[in-house]
Design a protein around this ligand. Structure first.
Ligand SMILES: [Zn+2]
Length: 231
């Protein structure tokens, strides 16, 4: 026991834990994100108005969704960008799960539990998944699942087309780039389900739209969208 504690103290001395957002040293009771950053999360509170918010409006006339909500607003160099970068490019899967758990606690104030059957993270192409080793949207969805209790389903839809990076593309280019990128892999099951799609960042909504359309065509009962951040 004493040895384990000494070892832990030693590791913390050599590799002090820092905040995933501002890089300040963490207090022992802080988990991955310092309390100052946590209090400054640019929360959207969209879950309180799930059919009347900026993210829901992106899908109006494009996708028959029942609701849309995001944990945070995305700003250039803001907290959401720093955190999502850590999850997506720096291998910090635990941070993705933690953010999902925190969002899950907010979502407990809603009735999404009874409104939906499962959480479906927007899938990566298997080659991309192999490169990165994990799906950042699935980390976030896993955290939400742990708190709200809806099961995670990663077997319903697959990404069958590798798309080039969407950074710098306009809405039309994004739509074209991602058209036909997804395919339903369990049609019969999908037709019985009310599905909550989960992604990390929603920009134009082109990826969500491309992923949701085949699910809608396969006859899913209902579609909703959750994201870590809305641009
Ligand atoms: Zn911080």
């Amino acid at each position: 026991m004493l040895l384990a504690k000494l070892w832990r103290d030693f590791v913390e001395l050599v590799f002090p834990a820092v905040c995933s957002s501002c890089r300040a040293g963490l207090l022992p009771e802080e988990e991955m994100i310092c309390i100052t950053c946590r209090l400054n999360f640019p929360l959207t509170h969209f879950h309180r108005f799930p059919t009347q918010n900026a993210m829901f409006d992106k899908f109006k006339g494009r996708l028959p969704i029942a609701l849309a909500a995001a944990f945070m607003h995305f700003n250039e160099n803001g907290i959401a960008q720093k955190l999502s970068h850590q999850v997506k490019y720096r291998g910090n899967q635990q941070l993705g799960i933690l953010l999902g758990r925190w969002y899950g606690n907010q979502l407990l104030q809603t009735d999404i539990n009874s409104q939906f059957d499962c959480l479906v993270p927007v899938p990566l192409h298997r080659q991309r998944l192999k490169q990165r080793g994990y799906n950042q949207a699935a980390c976030f969805a896993q955290g939400i699942s742990q708190v709200v209790g809806l099961p995670l389903r990663e077997d319903l839809v697959a990404r069958i087309k590798m798309t080039s990076s969407q950074v710098g593309m306009d809405k039309q280019q994004r739509l074209q780039n991602i058209a036909d990128a997804f395919e339903v892999t369990a049609k019969e099951q999908v037709s019985q389900l009310r599905i909550l799609l989960v992604d990390d960042i929603v920009t134009t909504g082109a990826t969500i739209e491309a992923c949701a359309m085949p699910l809608v065509k396969a006859g899913c009962q209902k579609i909703g969208v959750l994201a870590l951040a809305n641009v």
